[in-house]
Design a protein around this ligand. Structure first.
Ligand SMILES: Nc1nc2c(ncn2[C@@H]2O[C@H](COP(=O)(O)OP(=O)(O)OP(=O)(O)O)[C@@H](O)[C@H]2O)c(=O)[nH]1
Ligand SMILES: [Mg+2]
Length: 491
C-alpha cells in the first residue's frame, strides 16, 4: 500500500533531495528543526525566545554547551531556501520586548537560520569538527501536518471518519447545521458548483467553531480549511465529506464524483508537495501543545488533543507501517512534545503539567505504535510573563503568580486595563494524572473540576544591566528543551 501513495518519481526526488542535503551537510553541518503546533500553541513566541536567548547569552543552566561556556558566538544568517518566507525575528522581538505585546498570528510556513560557533567538549571533537552548527528552524502550522494522514485515506474513509467525529458529544451541536445540509443533499445529482461551495463553507464553519477557545478541539482536517494560505477559494479547497452512499462507485458527473476528485486534488496538489518539500527534510521536531487550554475545556478536549498528537506521531513513524513511506522518518531522531505557557501556573504545578503531558504522549505513542525516534516531553514557558509570590489571607499563606493581565482580560467580574500588575491564585492541577483524561466509558474518574483559572498576561518587562543593555527573555525550562533538541550536536 505504501508504494502506491507516492509515485516512483516522487520517491526518486525525495531520495535525491535527501542525498544532496547530506552531502552539503558535510561542509557546514546543519540541523533542521521543525517547530509545529496547532494555531495559537506558541510557535512564534517559542522560536523568538529560543533565538533571543542564544543571541543574548540567556540564563540556560540546563543547556550544557552554554552553561560550560563553550558557545563562542551565535548569529543569524541568510536562510538556505529562497522561496520560503523568512521568520521575521526582529519584528517579533520588537513587539515582545519594546511594546510588551504578543506577536500577531502567523498563517504560513517560514524559516530562519541561526549559526552557532562552539568549542567541542572533547579533544577528539575539537580536532575533527568544524565547531560550527547551522540550525535551520522551520515554523509551520500543525493543522497542515494533520493533513498528512489523509494521504493514506480514500475519499470514502475520509468521509466516514468525518461523520463519525462530527457525531461525538463534544462536536454534535457544532456540526448540526452541516450534517443537516448534507443529509438534505442528493449526492447522486449532477455536480454543481453552488452546492459544492455551500457544503464546503458549512463544513469549514463547523471546523472553525471547534477551534474556538471554550471548545479547544484539535483534530480538524483538512487543515487548509482553517489555514488556507494562498489557496482560499480554489477548487482543491471546495469540497466536503459526504454521507456514505449505497453505491460503491460514484456516478461519473455526479456531485459525489466531483467531491471525490477534488479531495484527491487536495492530496496531490496541497498535501504531498508540502510533505515532500518540508517534512522530509527535518532532523528534529518540537510539537507545541496548549495543554492548559485543553485542560480547561475538559476531558473531551483532552481526548481530542490526544488524537491529534497520535496522528502527528504517526506521521513521523519510520518504516513499513508508515503511510508516508519510510523515507522521511528515518531522519527524524528526536521529537519533543512541549506544553508551553507553564508560567500561568505556580511552579508547584509544573511537574504535574509535565506528568499530564507525559501521560498524553505515552498513550499517543502506544496508539500510534510509534518507535524509531526518542520522544521526550516538557512543561515549559518560552516567555515567562509572571513572577511568583505569596499572599496572606488571614492565617493562610497562598502561593500566587504576579503579572500584568492584558487589557480587557477579566477575572471574577474585574476587567483589567493592561497596566496594573496583579496577583492571581491560578489554582492547582489535580494530583492524580488520570483524572483529566476520559476513561473508557466516557466519564472522568472523579468529578474534580480540573479547570485552572487563568488570564492572559502581557509579556514581561525586561531587566536591564547596569550598562543599560537588556537581558534575554525570561523563560521556564526552555534550556531543557534546547538541550534535548540540539545539545548532542554541540558536544
Ligand atoms: N504567558 C505566556 N503566553 C504565551 C507563551 N507562548 C505563547 N503565549 C500566548 O499564546 C499566544 C499565541 O502564541 P504564538 O506564539 O503567536 O502562537 P503560534 O503557535 O505562533 O500561533 P499562530 O501563529 O496563530 O499559529 C500568544 O499571543 C500569547 O498570548 C508563553 O511562553 N507564556
Ligand atoms: Mg505563529
Amino acid at each position: 500500500m505504501a508504494s502506491s501513495l507516492t509515485t516512483f518519481a516522487d520517491e526518486a526526488r525525495i531520495a535525491l533531495d535527501t542525498l544532496s542535503g547530506r552531502a552539503a551537510g558535510m561542509f557546514a553541518p546543519t540541523l533542521r528543526l521543525g517547530v509545529t503546533g496547532l494555531s495559537r500553541a506558541g510557535k512564534t513566541v517559542f522560536i523568538s525566545a529560543l533565538v533571543h536567548n542564544l543571541l543574548h547569552g540567556g540564563r540556560l543552566p540546563l543547556f550544557e554547551a552554554q552553561k560550560s561556556g563553550r558557545i563562542a558566538r551565535a548569529g543569524l544568517e541568510e536562510q538556505p531556501d529562497d522561496a520560503v518566507p523568512r521568520f521575521q525575528y526582529e519584528d517579533h522581538i520588537a513587539t515582545l520586548v519594546e511594546q510588551r505585546l504578543w506577536p500577531d498570528s502567523t498563517r504560513a510556513i517560514s524559516e530562519l537560520r541561526l549559526t552557532i560557533e562552539y568549542e567541542s567538549a572533547s579533544g577528539w571533537g575539537r580536532m575533527f569538527s568544524t565547531g560550527k552548527l547551522s540550525l535551520d528552524i522551520v515554523d509551520y502550522p500543525g493543522e497542515w501536518l494533520l493533513d498528512l494522514p489523509l494521504l493514506g485515506k480514500s475519499y470514502s474513509d475520509f468521509s466516514r471518519e468525518a461523520f463519525e467525529m462530527a457525531a461525538l458529544p463534544v462536536r454534535s451541536d457544532l456540526s448540526q447545521d452541516w450534517r443537516t445540509l448534507s443529509a438534505a443533499t442528493n449526492t447522486d445529482a449532477d455536480a454543481d458548483e453552488v452546492t459544492a461551495r455551500r457544503l464546503a463553507d458549512s463544513f469549514a464553519a463547523y471546523l472553525k467553531a471547534c477551534k474556538l477557545d471554550h471548545r479547544a478541539l484539535s483534530t480538524l482536517p483538512p487543515g487548509r480549511f482553517l489555514m488556507p494560505g494562498d489557496l482560499e477559494g480554489s477548487p482543491a479547497l471546495t469540497f466536503a465529506p459526504l454521507p456514505p452512499g449505497e453505491e460503491r462507485r460514484a456516478r461519473p458527473g455526479s456531485l459525489r464524483a466531483m467531491m471525490e476528485r477534488r479531495y484527491e486534488a487536495y492530496k496531490t496538489h496541497v498535501v504531498k508537495p508540502f510533505f515532500r518539500e518540508h517534512i522530509t527534510r527535518l532532523d528534529r521536531q518540537i510539537v507545541l501543545i496548549d495543554a492548559l487550554q485543553a485542560l480547561n475545556a475538559g476531558p473531551g478536549a483532552m481526548a481530542d488533543l490526544e488524537r491529534a498528537v497520535t496522528e502527528i506521531l504517526a506521521c513521523f513513524r519510520p518504516g513499513r507501517g508508515n503511510i508516508l513511506t519510510g523515507l522521511v522518518s528515518r531522519r527524524i531522531d528526536r521529537i519533543l512534545v512541549a506544553a508551553t505557557k507553564a508560567d500561568h501556573l505556580h511552579h508547584e504545578s509544573h511537574d504535574r503539567l509535565q506528568a499530564i503531558v507525559r501521560r498524553l504522549a505515552d498513550r499517543a505513542i502506544a496508539r500510534a505504535n510509534f518507535t524509531g525516534a526518542d520522544v521526550d516531553v516538557v512543561a515549559m514557558a518560552a516567555v515567562r510573563a509572571t513572577r511568583e509570590g505569596t499572599v496572606k489571607q488571614g492565617r493562610e499563606t497562598l502561593p500566587v503568580i504576579l503579572g500584568t493581565p492584558l487589557a480587557g482580560e477579566t477575572i471574577g467580574g474585574q476587567t483589567f486595563d493592561g497596566k496594573t500588575e496583579t496577583a492571581i491564585f491560578p489554582g492547582d492541577l489535580p494530583e492524580k494524572v488520570g483524572s483529566v483524561f476520559e476513561t473508557a466509558n466516557g466519564h472522568r474518574q472523579d468529578d474534580a473540576d480540573p479547570a485552572i483559572r487563568f488570564v492572559r498576561f502581557r509579556p514581561p518587562k525586561l531587566e536591564r544591566t547596569a550598562e543599560g543593555a537588556t537581558l534575554s527573555l525570561p523563560h521556564i525550562r526552555l534550556d531543557r528543551a534546547l538541550q534535548f533538541l540540539i545539545g548532542d550536536r554541540l558536544a
